[in-house]
Design a protein around this ligand. Structure first.
Ligand SMILES: NC(=O)c1ccc[n+]([C@@H]2O[C@H](COP(=O)([O-])OP(=O)(O)OC[C@H]3O[C@@H](n4cnc5c(N)ncnc54)[C@H](OP(=O)(O)O)[C@@H]3O)[C@@H](O)[C@H]2O)c1
Length: 510
């Protein structure tokens, strides 16, 4: 994989390239072939053979911890929980984990897994504390990791940014990653419904020669249906950029910017919300999720296409440099240093809550809440895009998606990852949640790393995007090359394969 050397990039500081998988099925993502590991390639029975002689200690019972450990338990693996006492520990009790048998302190769980009695082998630590908690607890657990054990993450954060987090695992242990593409709740719900979650996987350090098979085995054991290869760095760079960008930060900047311009044009708060966030989450996002951006464009009434293209060109061109700056700050660790510093302050939670309350209490926030409440009286917007304001918004949303996706591809991310972190998570998870509960709720229910980042970056996006709406609402853009760019783009073709691989289309055999 090529990477256009950003100074301080962890890949230049000795991070290992992943092993090539020996197995997998080729899928075509917009003309690029990727090897995806399916249940046929790596059945659950094989996972049981790989992990059968190990105790898996799931450390942390927050969001991913319960989902992954319960799926592992239901799949017949030998799993225990490490959790400090308090509310979260009580949740583990409620889920049937037994103190002294399957529920322990963090240190005790790690010892039982990595220093087991014969004939068990050194096992796996699933390090599922919050990102800040991982940094905090590392000095207490580092020396408990015995030779031959594996350290598993569901996010590339702690290991990639080890200069900032201090998480430097000993050389004699495997370091592996399986990152489910969805919230913890989906990991469990899909499993219970007999479907698989999709996950990405990576090997960061192969001490035993078994790191790859351990990774794939764990991926299947926690309930994945398809496993997409990535690296620790790619996973965390795309994740942090995506949440600051299209998924949370840039999209709020986009809505705010458009809202401000519509208000300056004398639309009421109610109407300005209808033509920004409401049309986006009620209609545009659903169409993109079902048919892609190319599908949306094909169905657009011809008289609205020039407005769509105006919104697209403006948002794409204006947001590009902000995305580049953002990616650079993520890849060099600048963003992480800042977020860890901000979120380590004793009053970090109050600060975040205050900023979220400001969003909820703003004119935009109040109008959006009002409209959501009125939906019970009937639909607020049309199912199709029917006027120029909404065509501009559709174009602009697709414009920031293209800007982020293209950047990911230039930086060497695979199409599946670039699409997932840009379009799939937006249309299948985050925008539907904004639709139901509002943007402040959505932020509050993401990780604190995501919240801090999105709150810090949305203003940058708003200030560049807002100016573009002034012209885009008036201007008709006629451009065959722009039309071709969307209709022929790799992104929307890759999206067809991603849609085909969705959990809804899977049935898992246990
Ligand atoms: N949330 C998701 O859906 C999701 C999706 C994909 C990947 N991930 C990744 O999965 C990992 C776990 O995330 P999560 O969202 O499940 O966890 P989380 O809710 O952010 O973390 C909660 C867990 O961390 C513990 N914790 C926090 N600070 C601690 C400290 N200083 N000392 C000891 N324990 C501490 C909590 O215990 P207490 O309750 O006692 O504080 C709880 O067990 C992260 O790497 C995350 O990036 C999460």
């Amino acid at each position: 994989m090529s990477f256009r050397g950003i100074e301080g990039d962890p890949r230049q500081r000795g991070a290992q390239e992943p092993q090539r998988p020996q197995i997998g099925t080729e899928f075509d993502f917009g003309g690029v072939k990727e090897s995806v590991v399916t249940r046929d390639d790596f059945p659950l029975e094989q996972a049981r053979q790989v992990l059968g002689k190990e105790t898996i200690a799931v450390v942390g019972y927050g969001v991913q911890g319960p989902a992954q450990s319960l799926n592992l338990r239901d799949n017949g693996f030998n799993v225990i929980i490490g959790q400090r006492e308090g509310r979260t520990y009580d949740k583990a009790l409620e889920d049937g984990w037994i103190p002294g048998v399957s529920l322990f302190s963090i240190e005790e769980a790690i010892k039982r897994s990595t220093q087991p009695e014969r004939p068990l082998k050194p096992g796996q630590i699933q390090y599922l504390l919050s990102d800040a908690g991982q940094k905090d607890q590392w000095p207490n657990i580092r020396d408990l990791l015995s030779s031959g054990a594996s350290l598993y993450f569901s996010h590339g954060f702690g290991f990639t940014f080890r200069e900032q987090t201090g998480i430097n695992p000993p050389e004699e242990i495997d370091v592996i990653l399986v990152a489910p593409k969805g919230a913890g709740r989906s990991v469990r719900e899909h499993f219970q419904a007999g479907r698989g979650i999709n996950s990405s996987y990576a090997v960061g350090q192969d001490a035993t020669g078994r790191a790859l098979e351990r990774t794939l085995a764990t991926g299947m054991a926690i309930g994945s249906g398809f496993l997409f290869e990535t690296t620790f760095e790619d996973e965390v760079f795309s994740d942090l950029t995506g949440e600051r960008g299209v998924l949370l930060g840039a999209v709020y900047g986009l809505w705010q910017g458009a809202y401000n311009v519509l208000r300056q044009n004398n639309l009421s708060p109610h109407d300005a919300v209808l033509h920004t966030v409401e049309i986006s989450t009620q209609t545009i996002s659903k169409i993109i999720g079902e048919k892609g951006g190319d599908g949306l464009l094909k169905d657009l009434p011809p008289n609205l296409v020039p407005y769509f293209l105006g919104g697209l060109r403006s948002a794409f061109e204006r947001s590009r440099s902000v995305f580049e700056d953002l990616y650079g700050k993520v890849a060099t660790g600048v963003e992480v240093t800042r977020v860890l510093e901000a979120n380590s302050k004793p009053d970090y939670r109050e600060t975040l809550n205050r900023e979220l309350a400001e969003i909820a209490g703003s004119e935009f926030g109040r109008a959006a809440t009002n409209i959501r409440e009125r939906r019970k009286d009937g639909p607020t917007v049309a199912e199709k895009i029917e006027n120029r304001f909404d065509a501009v918004m559709a174009g602009a949303l697709i414009g920031i998606m293209h800007a982020q996706y293209d950047l990911f591809r230039e930086k060497g991310h695979k199409p599946s990852e670039a699409f997932n972190e840009t379009v799939e998570e937006a249309t299948q998870s985050l925008y539907p949640l904004v639709d139901r509960n509002g943007i402040d709720w959505m932020y509050a229910n993401c990780s604190t790393t995501a919240q801090r980042g999105a709150l810090d970056w949305n203003g940058r996006f708003r200030s560049v995007l807002e100016r573009g709406f002034v012209d885009a609402y008036q201007e008709r853009v006629v451009s065959q090359s722009l039309l071709d760019y969307i209709m022929d783009s790799e992104m929307w073709k890759a999206g067809e394969t991603v849609r085909y691989l969705r959990p809804e289309n899977q049935r898992l055999v246990r």
